[in-house]
Design a protein around this ligand. Structure first.
Ligand code: DBV
Length: 260
């Protein structure tokens, strides 16, 4: 038989990673996107699934990174980077990149479990933070949701000043301990916050109307800035480099995760 008989992997295939703690989040997001008629986003097989080894020679840990992705009429690219490395790391980084033909923010979620604890970042991030036409209609609706959930969660502490232009005032940001207390907060606050942020985002997407060509170019410039910043400062670069090698990691960051 030739290899053409093998099923071709596709960005819409369900992500299946043994022991991955963020599966309910991705499952929810994929289900919530269905009314928008997602189509596959072109992603090479080597980035859809990659195995590696971490840990020490004496205690190696199997590592898997998987990618889910789609596009819709109004979302240029929605993608999930999913990492599972036994007790060393469990990560879901989920970003929705809108088409520049619509005046929409990004949806960004960074859900990270490391041996030192969980780190949770959730936001509807602006492409043009200084532009009130872009921000006010989003922030009015986001702030009550932020307030409701951030109140239940400890602050994650300071973030770099250079990151400030890329976050909204509704940036939900927390660090949680491993164990029962952290698990309870993930179930009772982080998950419902993720659902509420995504629900608002998808309402904004449903409502969005096409913009003028002039506006499209402004939005595109802001989006390019944001994506370039995220690629340059990706906090996962070190981890992914250790797990899968530098060359693969750079190609993944620039060619898949932040590809505008
Ligand atoms: N972060 C990514 C991608 C990841 C990823 C693509 C594929 O953008 C994971 C995986 N984030 C990841 C990891 C860490 C962080 C940290 C593994 C821990 C790094 C480490 O401790 O070694 C939000 N993520 C962080 C930090 C911030 C964010 C502020 C702390 C950085 C630090 O301590 O220096 N990521 C950042 C952000 C968004 C986001 C603002 C938007 C919602 O997705």
């Amino acid at each position: 038989m030739t290899s053409s008989a093998l099923p071709q992997p596709c960005s819409l295939d369900p992500v299946s990673l043994a022991g991955w703690r963020w599966a309910p989040f991705l499952d929810h997001a994929v289900a919530a996107l269905q009314p928008f008629e997602p189509v596959a986003y072109p992603i090479e097989a080597q980035f859809l699934r990659r195995e590696g080894v971490a840990g020490s020679k004496a205690q190696p840990v199997a590592v898997s990174t998987a990618t889910w992705g789609c596009s819709t009429e109004k979302l240029r690219q929605v993608r999930a980077a999913c990492v599972q490395a036994g007790p060393s790391a469990s990560v879901l980084n989920f970003v929705a990149n809108p088409s520049s033909r619509f005046d929409l923010p990004f949806f960004g979620a960074d859900l990270v479990t490391l041996p030192a604890g969980h780190l949770i970042a959730l936001d509807l991030q602006p492409a043009l933070k200084a532009d009130q036409r872009h921000t006010t209609p989003v922030w009015e609706r986001l702030l009550p949701i932020w307030e409701q959930w951030q109140t239940l969660l400890p602050s994650g502490g300071p973030i770099p000043a250079e990151a400030e232009p890329y976050f909204s005032p509704g940036f939900l940001w927390t660090r949680l301990p491993l164990g029962n207390d952290g698990d309870a907060l993930i179930e009772n606050a982080v998950f419902p916050a993720f659902v509420a942020y995504l629900d608002l985002y998808l309402q904004l997407v449903a409502e969005a109307q096409p913009v003028s060509d002039e506006r499209r170019l402004e939005l595109l410039a802001g989006q390019r800035n944001y994506v370039a910043y995220r690629a340059e400062k990706d906090p996962a670069r070190g981890m992914l480099g250790r797990f899968h090698g530098k060359e693969w990691t750079e190609a993944y960051i620039h060619g898949v995760l932040f590809d505008l």
